[in-house]
Every structure is written in C-alpha cells, then in structure tokens.
Design a protein around this ligand. Structure first.
Ligand code: HEM
Length: 474
C-alpha cells in the first residue's frame, strides 16, 4: 500500500501474571521526515509521535509551511480549551472538509454563531436528565444482542469492532431516529456511515501548503453514494415526523419540538438533518471503539476479568442488567474509564488558531494547527504512574482523575454533548455481555492501535466468544 516507502512504528505489548502493558506504537527517537509524516498520517495519526512528546509540555514544529503546536500539559489544555476557547474553538480544515459532505454544519464541526445557538439545543436533547427515557432502548437492544450471541454455536469467531459497531449503531439509531426505524433503513444508515468513513482522508495537503481553509475535497462516487444513503434515511425520518408519524420520544422529535419554543433562529430542515446525522455519527463509532478496546484489555488481564464477573454476579445475579444497577457496578465503570485513558476513541483534538497567541513559551501563529491529544496526555510519564499499564484500580471506588489530565470527552465548552449517554451505554453493554460471555482474541493476532478519525485496532480484532460456565446459552 505504501510501496515500501513507509514503515509503521514497532508495536510494543507485554504481559505477565499480574500486569498487562497493552499494544502501543513505539515512540520515534528522531524527528520523522516529511515523507514519513505524510504517509504516516494516512496510516495512523499516532504512529509517528516522538519520545519526548510523552511528557507534559508545549512544543511547536512545522510541516511544510504550517505551524503545528502540541499542547500537552493540564495547565495549557485548560488555557486553550477554556480560558481562550474563543480563539481555539474552530476545528481543523481537514476535519471540517472531511465531514461536511456528510453532516453539513453539524455541531461537531461548526463554530461561531452556528455552534453557539445550536449547542444548547443539541446538548439538551441528549442531557443526562434524559437518560431514564433512553434506558429502556439501551437495555432492550443490549439484551437482544446478547440473545443473538447466545444462539451462535460455541466458539463462533468474528471481527469484534464490527460487532460492537452493530450494537452501538442500533442503540443510537433507535434513540436518535425513533424505535420504529425500519430494519432496512437502519442498515442503510449503518452501511452508509461505515462506507463514508472508510474513504475519509485525514491529510489535507493544501492546508500544509498555506491555504488556511485547506483544499476542497474531491468527492469520489463511493463517498457521494454513501452520503446519499445516509441523507435518504434521515430525510425519510424527518418526513415521517412532519407528517405526525415519527416516534414521539426520539431525539429528532426533541429537535423538531425545540423549534416551537426556541427564541433563537429557527432550525430549518437542513439544520435538523445535519444535527441528527451528527448525533448518529458522534454517538456510535466512539462507543463501539471503546467497547472493543475494553474487551481486548479484559481478555489479557485475567485478574481484572475475574473481579468483573464477581461484581456483575453479585449486583445483577442471573437477571437482566438494568440502568439502575450502574451505580453499583463500580469495577465495570473503572474498566471503562481506564480503557478511555489508554485508548481514547478520539485521540486527537485538532484546533485552528483564529488569531496569533502565546501558549506557554510558544508563539502561536494565526491559522496554526493546535493539537491537544488525549492519547499523549493520558500517557504522559510525569502525569501518570506507570502510564502504559492497564490498571483499572486507578478509577475504582469512585476514583476520579484531574479534569485537565484525563480528557477522553474533551473539556471546556465543547465537551462531548453525549458524555453521560456514551459512558452509561458502554457500562451497560459491557455488563450485559460479560454477564454471560467471555471474549477471546485470536491467538497470535498482532494488535496495532491506529488513529484516523477514531482509534481502532488495525485490521480489526478477530475474536471467538465463549459462554461463561453455566451461563450464556439458552
Ligand atoms: C464513549 C463515547 C464517546 C466519546 C469518547 C466521545 C468523545 C467526544 C469528544 C472527544 C468530543 C470533542 C471532539 C473535538 O473537540 O474535536 C466529542 C464531541 C461531541 N460528541 Fe461525543 N463522545 C462519545 C459519545 C457520544 C455520544 C453517545 C453522543 C451523542 C449521543 C456524542 C455527541 C457528541 C457531540 C454532539 C459532540 C460535539 C460537541 C460540540 O462540539 O459542542 N458523543 N465527543
């Protein structure tokens, strides 16, 4: 694929009877050249990071004509994301260009006035006080998914990221678009998004050659078709709602209803479509990646798995896992938080500096690419004890981390709108499946974390599932 020009970094992974250091690329010892940077960005955005970046600090370098500033200390993360939010709220041109054909000016890539008036609307729709309304959908979809696994012959193998995406896409499709979304429409949505994302390019050469807005993206027929599939389904859902046939409790319904009592500008049809598509996009890839990594970590740490099983059996017994069980599932929560630390589903938060500024000792140019990286921050040697070890005990017994050192959901005004949704969903799904099954990665499979839009195992994670003794099978 890279014609022998690019050699990905070596992957480090090691384990013993009571420790697990999960897969991560070996940091580079020397600054990569421009070929390595460009080809490397296409392979993985975390594959070429230098050893000294795994330490807190701020530093700057140049790719062609563009200044890139890495901000990797809690103090300066706070400065960028909170104190100087207005200067750094704008997403990078590559991200905006890559996603606009699919989600238009949806919240994830909007800024300025559009973001300001839409943020409270979208955040309200997915707010934590609405979790009890979403709970039955989450519980039922997770249960149904576990029943599907139970019907598979013992030792069935499959690719896990795909399975987890099916699960989380079903949950988010039913909550965003309604529980009466047909089977065919749901599949069109899921396939459309998956196919679109596969063809997204994470490097816009124009931006690095001086064009502050990057170069326009040439939409190939594949990507055009994928976006059209998604838009057809979303338009159908909007039509159903406008003709009074939509699901009353769905997020789309809430967005539409908001039009009636919103004193700001009216959310027109395009805005509704963009925000609904954004919720779907933002709400399933991330949780699917999180669950995949959690299974990988658990499977390689028997002492963690054993404690997980004991907790689930004690809290939920043989009965279905309920949202009301979540406060008692402390170890399960700790595993999910530690997974978010080691494998943040969105490992890079790129921002474009609106005006020149100074961060720490670094002079920042107007238009510079300012990188905040949960991946780097969560593995900084001076901020975490044994940063590359999987240690859920960091978060056990309600343990928390500093909000500017642990940022899997970002931080500040642009924090993930679906934080509570994603967290509760992940814990519920993990507990529902771990109650009955063990997930066993294929022996000898080399796991390599790669980052494009989200952080995934390269080539997926082939696994087999096994029923826990006396559980799992009907
Ligand atoms: C474990 C799951 C999730 C993780 C780790 C996650 C992470 C993030 C991160 C890091 C951002 C900021 C991106 C940036 O600044 O470039 C973000 C934004 C966002 N997320 Fe999530 N997310 C998750 C689940 C969800 C879910 C379930 C939803 C919706 C139901 C959602 C909706 C959003 C939205 C709308 C934004 C844009 C917020 C804004 O710009 O104001 N996310 N998410």
């Amino acid at each position: 694929m890279y014609f022998g020009l690019y050699k990905p970094a070596r992957v480090i992974e090691s384990k013993g009877p009571d420790f697990f250091i999960p897969a991560h690329p070996e940091p580079r010892q020397t600054e990569p050249n421009i070929f390595t940077i460009v080809l490397g960005a296409r392979h993985s955005l975390i594959g070429n990071l230098m050893e000294d970046r795994y330490h807190s600090g701020v530093d700057s370098f140049r790719v062609l004509t563009r200044q890139i500033v890495f901000v990797n200390s809690p103090e300066h993360v706070k400065y960028v994301m909170v104190s100087r939010h207005a200067n750094y709220e704008r997403k990078s041109p590559q991200m905006r260009r890559a996603l606009a054909p699919l989600i238009g000016d949806g919240l994830v890539i909007s800024d300025g006035e559009t973001w300001k008036w839409r943020r409270p609307i979208v955040a309200g729709v997915v707010h934590k006080k609405r979790m009890p309304e979403f709970a039955p959908t989450m519980e039922e979809v997770a249960e149904e998914f576990a029943r599907g696994w139970a019907e598979l012959p013992e030792g069935t193998g499959f690719e896990l990221t795909h399975q987890m995406a099916q699960l989380t896409a079903k949950i988010i499709a039913q909550t965003v678009f309604g529980r009466n979304l047909g089977h065919q429409a749901a599949h069109m949505l899921i396939d459309g998004f998956a196919s679109y994302q596969k063809s997204v390019d994470s490097f816009n050469l124009g931006y690095f050659l001086g064009a502050d807005e990057g170069w326009p993206l040439l939409l190939g027929p594949k990507r055009r078709r994928a976006a059209a599939m998604v838009h057809t389904v979303v338009d159908g859902v909007l039509d159903a709602h406008f003709s009074g046939q939509g699901d009353r409790g769905s997020m789309v319904d809430m967005l539409i209803k908001h039009r009636a009592d919103n004193s700001g500008p009216e959310m027109d049809r395009a805005a509704l479509r963009n925000e609904a598509a954004t919720m779907f996009l933002a709400g399933h890839e991330t949780t699917a990646a999180l669950l995949t990594w959690a299974w990988y970590l658990i499977a390689n740490s028997p002492w963690v798995e054993e404690r997980l099983h004991v907790e689930i059996d004690m809290v939920c017994g043989e009965g279905p896992v309920r949202m009301s069980d979540l406060p008692a599932l402390d170890w399960c929560r700790a595993i999910i938080l530690e997974t978010l630390r080691l494998y943040p589903p969105i490992p890079l938060l790129p921002r474009q500096a609106k005006d020149a500024d100074r961060i720490g000792d670094i002079d920042v140019e107007k238009g510079a690419l300012v990188m905040i990286s949960p991946w780097l921050l969560h593995r900084a040697r001076d901020l975490w004890d044994r940063p590359n070890h999987f240690m859920p005990e960091r978060f056990a017994n309600g343990g928390k981390a500093d909000p500017f050192t642990f940022i899997p959901f970002s931080v500040g005004p642009r924090t993930c709108a679906g934080l509570n949704f994603g967290l509760d969903e992940a814990i519920l799904c993990l507990a529902t499946l771990a109650q009955r099954f063990r997930v066993l990665p294929r022996q000898g499979w080399k796991v390599e974390p790669v980052c494009r839009l989200t952080l995934r195992p390269q080539g997926g994670l082939p696994v087999t599932i096994a029923a826990r003794s006396g559980k799992g099978r009907p």
